[in-house]
Design a protein around this ligand. Structure first.
Ligand SMILES: Nc1ncnc2c1ncn2[C@@H]1O[C@H](COP(=O)(O)OP(=O)(O)OP(=O)(O)O)[C@@H](O)[C@H]1O
Length: 353
């Protein structure tokens, strides 16, 4: 969901690197040259494949790992150099939820939620009412006395969220929190996170390998590959004009606009001699996403446009359309100029005979 972001950064990575010692000598570089900001009040998604360095990056934010280069600042404090009481203070301000929930099986829902407050030494009389509020916030009033084994995955994650909020953090870290859930449960948990972000002004930093999660919830996104950030920005901008091949390949799975196989198999990178058709991706942005612009262009320029595939997507409340078309290669430049003069983005994918 896109929303206004209060000014300033909640988390700043400045030239951050992390290497792990390798058994038998040497080291593995997990992250290198990471510099970016997580805006206060944002939901920022970090997307990358397995081994890209996402967990390492997240775990450095609450001091579970220390950077081997650079600085991470959370709410104005240098996490990498914090020790003892200073580190405990930062951890109270940074809650975390996990893919496998990490609940204590011997404790009930309410006792799981109470745990961080007990550890922080909050008096029991203050803990109980707060636990009740947190359980109500995540919609589990009826299940407060149950044990984790009696809950569904979605309910367990709600307990995880309530527990993460127990110390009233400023930042919530989410480590693949919906990866073990089915699509419908994923949607309800993401909605809950979005509500918490909006109601409490909490900054959420989430890691995921699913672009759909980023699309559904994140205002900002960073794409990580081989320990480096290869692309970052507002989710809407990254989705509508991806620059890096890794981002494009992540998007291919969610935008629903891949070339039909019978075209993809014939696609040539270079324009062949003689008559051919140019295959173009058109991205219709914002208010124009639902405009009949293509029909108007076809009529104005007297051009045949073959529609190969297309979909209208929503990122938060903003629609964008993605269309794959083919146009006579001899006149395609004219068509692209027309579309771009109407603020649409075009990309030449190749040629077919
Ligand atoms: N404790 C460790 N000791 C040694 N190497 C590690 C350690 N933790 C991570 N690595 C290495 O660092 C790199 C990044 O791992 P990381 O777990 O951060 O990636 P990831 O993107 O979270 O992957 P996944 O989605 O599979 O968890 C990998 O090459 C991994 O093998």
């Amino acid at each position: 969901m896109q929303r206004d972001i209060t000014s300033g950064a909640a988390i700043t990575f400045d030239g951050v690197g992390k290497s792990y010692p390798k058994t038998g000598g040497g080291s593995v570089t997990a992250l290198e040259g990471i510099s970016f900001e997580v805006p206060a009040g944002s939901i920022t998604g970090i997307i990358g494949r397995s081994g890209a360095g996402k967990s390492t990056l997240l775990r450095m934010v609450n001091g579970l790992e220390q950077p081997t280069a650079g600085t991470i600042t959370v709410a104005g404090r240098d996490v990498g150099r914090a020790r003892g009481a200073a580190l405990r203070e930062i951890r109270r301000e940074v809650g975390m939820i996990f893919q496998h929930f990490n609940l204590l099986s011997s404790r009930t829902v309410e006792d799981n939620v109470a745990l961080p407050m007990e550890i922080a030494g909050i008096p029991a009389a203050k803990i109980r009412p707060r636990v009740r509020d947190l359980i109500a916030r995540v919609g589990l009033e009826q299940l407060a006395g149950r044990y984790p084994a009696e809950l569904s995955g979605g309910q367990k994650q709600r307990v995880g969220i309530a527990r993460a909020l127990a110390t009233d953090p400023k930042v919530l870290l989410s480590d693949e929190a919906t990866s073990a859930l089915d699509p419908e449960t994923t949607r309800t948990v993401l909605r809950l996170l979005a509500d918490i972000n909006r109601d409490l002004g909490l900054t959420i930093l989430l890691i995921t390998h699913e672009m759909a999660v980023v699309r559904d919830i994140a205002s900002h996104v960073a794409v990580i590959e081989g320990g480096r950030i290869v692309e970052q920005g507002l989710t809407y901008d990254v989705f509508t004009a991806p620059q890096h091949p890794t981002t494009r390949s992540f998007l291919a799975g969610v935008t629903g606009v891949t070339l039909p196989r019978f075209i993809a198999d014939r696609l040539q990178t270079d324009r062949p001699a003689g008559p051919a058709r140019e295959v173009i991706r058109i991205t219709f942005l914002g208010d124009n996403a639902t405009d009949p612009l293509l029909a108007r262009m076809s009529a104005t320029l007297g051009l045949d446009v073959n529609i190969l595939a297309g979909a209208i997507e929503e990122i938060g409340p903003r629609p964008f359309g993605n269309l794959l078309v083919s146009i006579d290669a001899a006149r395609a430049a004219e068509a692209r100029a027309y579309l771009e003069s109407h603020q649409q983005r075009t990309e030449v994918l190749g040629y077919v005979l």
